[in-house]
Design a protein around this ligand. Structure first.
Ligand code: SF4
Length: 73
């Protein structure tokens, strides 16, 4: 399982970081994975134990910018 963030849609509301430890904000309150020119971030494979909180982050994101990806789907 991984998650993807569409960085063009994300508006740095930060709800995901408050919902799941898999998301981090930088010192300016923006997603820490942001890099100039990067349009999409895809996480490394994550343990299944994080699924519930990542699903919560998907629903919490007001910009609908997060997708949960099943590696074995
Ligand atoms: S909740 Fe959504 S809009 Fe807010 S920082 Fe996370 S991915 Fe971006």
């Amino acid at each position: 399982m991984r998650f993807a963030i569409d960085l063009r849609q994300c508006q740095d509301h930060g709800h995901c970081a408050f919902t799941s430890s898999a998301f981090d904000l930088d010192g300016r309150g923006r997603l820490a994975v942001r890099k100039p020119g990067l349009q999409q971030f895809v996480s490394e494979p994550l343990p299944a134990s994080l699924r519930d909180e990542i699903e919560e982050a998907v629903f919490a994101c007001p910009a609908q910018a997060i997708d949960l990806l099943d590696d074995d789907a």
